[in-house]
Write a protein that binds this ligand. Structure first.
Ligand SMILES: [Zn+2]
Length: 543
């Protein structure tokens, strides 16, 4: 990173460099970077942007810049269970009795997990190391139980009138005098969503479980407890700033909806300063990550989780995507078109530039190099790794659907897709991994126009004109004559079209019709050479 940037040259290669410069202004002895998430449903790659990867890059960059930093991922498992998500194989009525209770007290929807919260948190915790993200994972429930929040709860109880004024002022609501924003876990029914604090004598709170929610009603129990050690908790608008105060958070982002006027960022900052007497963290809003033009929702079940990602792409590609885009930019990710290839292409371009020996790099090249560095999950190789383009991988696995990954890797070598003579074990692994990922992508996400099956026989009912037939026979003749290189064979196709007086488009369509039973396909010359001319000759001769 260039340490000599001056003020007038406020151009950063990466957004994360700008954040570090802004954080340097705080003069903190140690930075504390937070992500926070409620395990009520699936954690998807959209959540991973604001809550995991942006904080991870900031944490990483603080350390690169010689600053002390701690990275926490807070699992808000003490939050209420307020909705039963779709896409789960459960009986809704089995879970309805738990609505209004803390997520950590709700049974898991799947066997072998301690709770609802535990099951969904596992979807993050079990795979983040594959992305080389290693935050401290902190359960809010445990923190409240241990008494970490006790002081802040008492502060809110003691200053409830001041809290009420700030709350009403910023959110334009009209909470009545005497309103106390602390939630008690009902000793009778275990719900926290339905209780209301009635009084506070400095030691104990009186509460009544009589609140109505859309999904549940209180049990009418009246009780008195010490508001500590997990018997009480703070509502979101206070829980968030209390967490900043407790941990000394210096950086945290969040989805941009939290930043609207009157939203939890505005109240959070006010409570942090005026009630808890702390400085709020530096915060930048993070835009949404759209998949197929839709905002992902953890409660819909139709999401791409971190685990799903690892089935079709390398972890480096997710890191690359998140490091590339400024948090304030919407990411339009599209997994169902070959636009997805572009992400892989851009990553490989960055890799080539990184290894290119060139003294002066353009700004964009320098940017790509920095993004490439942030994308890595392993130590960077000594020399440029062998690249297998994603779209080529998708072609190879479809051309030879029955071959093993090892055999496919051999085919790539002998058919001219890989030029390096000997491959290191690292290269071999990387190529086989890419082939496996492409296979999974084709099975699960690929659009029809990318998919194909090489035909065993000339498709039944295929009608070709005389000129098309003649052109294909000339291809047979040419293939028999000699060994071709891609470029020459490509030129030969145009010679054949001229000779037969047929439009190029008609010729290519005829060839794909015979080979793939489709009007379009991968680039014909390299495809024929990869498939092997014998199979092509055999099919074309039967036309
Ligand atoms: Zn109750």
């Amino acid at each position: 990173m260039d340490k000599n940037k001056n003020e007038s040259e406020l151009e950063y290669y990466l957004w994360v460099d700008k954040v570090i410069d802004q954080l340097k202004g705080r003069k903190a002895k140690k930075h504390v970077v937070h992500g926070m998430w409620t395990p009520s449903g699936f954690f998807h790659i959209g959540n991973s942007r604001a809550e995991l990867l942006i904080p991870a890059f900031v944490h990483q960059n603080l350390k690169i810049n010689g600053l002390k930093s701690e990275h926490n991922f807070i699992v808000d498992d003490f939050d209420d269970f307020d909705k039963i998500p779709q896409g789960l194989e459960i009986k809704k009525e089995d879970f309805e009795p738990y609505l209004g209770k803390p997520l950590v007290e709700v049974p898991s929807p799947v066997d072998d997990f301690k709770s609802w919260a535990d099951y969904f948190a596992d979807g993050v915790v079990s795979v983040i190391e594959d992305f080389v993200i290693k935050p401290n994972i902190l359960s809010s429930y445990d923190s409240y139980k241990k008494g970490l929040y006790d002081k802040t709860i008492k502060t809110v109880l003691n200053k409830s009138e001041e809290v009420r004024k700030i709350w009403n002022d910023i959110t334009k609501s009209s909470k009545p005098k005497g309103w106390i924003p602390v939630m008690i876990v009902c000793e009778n029914c275990g719900r926290s969503a339905t209780t209301k604090v009635v009084s506070w004598d400095g030691k104990e709170v009186e509460y009544i479980c009589n609140q109505h929610r859309d999904y549940v009603d209180g049990c009418k129990h009246k009780g008195k407890v010490k508001p500590e050690k997990g018997h009480a908790k703070l509502p979101w608008r206070l829980h968030w700033p209390a967490t900043w105060h407790i941990y000394g958070t210096t950086f945290e982002t969040a989805g941009k909806d939290h930043f609207a006027a009157g939203s939890s960022v505005e109240t959070g900052h006010a409570f942090c300063r005026q009630i808890f007497k702390s400085q709020e963290p530096f915060q930048t809003p993070t835009e949404f990550l759209m998949v197929d033009d839709t905002k992902l929702s953890g409660s819909s079940g139709n999401v791409i989780s971190l685990k799903d990602w690892l089935e079709f792409a390398e972890p480096e590609l997710l890191r690359f995507m998140m490091a590339s885009y400024k948090p304030k930019t919407v990411i339009n990710f599209d997994l169902h078109s070959n636009k997805f290839f572009l992400l892989a292409d851009r990553y490989e371009e960055a890799e080539r530039i990184f290894f290119e020996k060139k003294d002066k790099k353009e700004k964009r090249e320098k940017q790509l190099v920095e993004i490439y560095k942030f994308s890595q999950v392993n130590n960077i190789a000594d020399k440029m790794p062998v690249q297998l383009n994603y779209s080529i991988a998708a072609i190879i696995v479809q051309t030879f659907p029955d071959k093993s990954l090892k055999e496919l890797s051999g085919i790539l070598h002998t058919r001219g897709w890989i030029h390096r003579k000997t491959l290191s074990s690292f290269d071999k692994e990387r190529i086989e991994k890419r082939l496996e990922l492409a296979k999974n992508w084709l099975d699960k996400y690929a659009p029809e126009d990318v998919k194909f099956t090489v035909q065993e026989e000339v498709p039944k009912g295929l009608k070709l004109g005389n000129k098309e037939k003649e052109a294909l026979q000339l291809v047979v003749k040419a293939l028999k004559e000699k060994e071709w290189k891609q470029k020459q064979l490509f030129e030969e196709f145009y010679n054949i079209c001229q000779k037969v007086e047929i439009k190029n488009t008609d010729f290519f369509r005829a060839a794909y019709n015979v080979l793939l039973n489709k009007d379009r396909g991968p680039k014909l010359a390299p495809f024929i050479l990869t498939l092997g001319k014998e199979r092509v000759i055999e099919l074309f001769e039967k036309v």
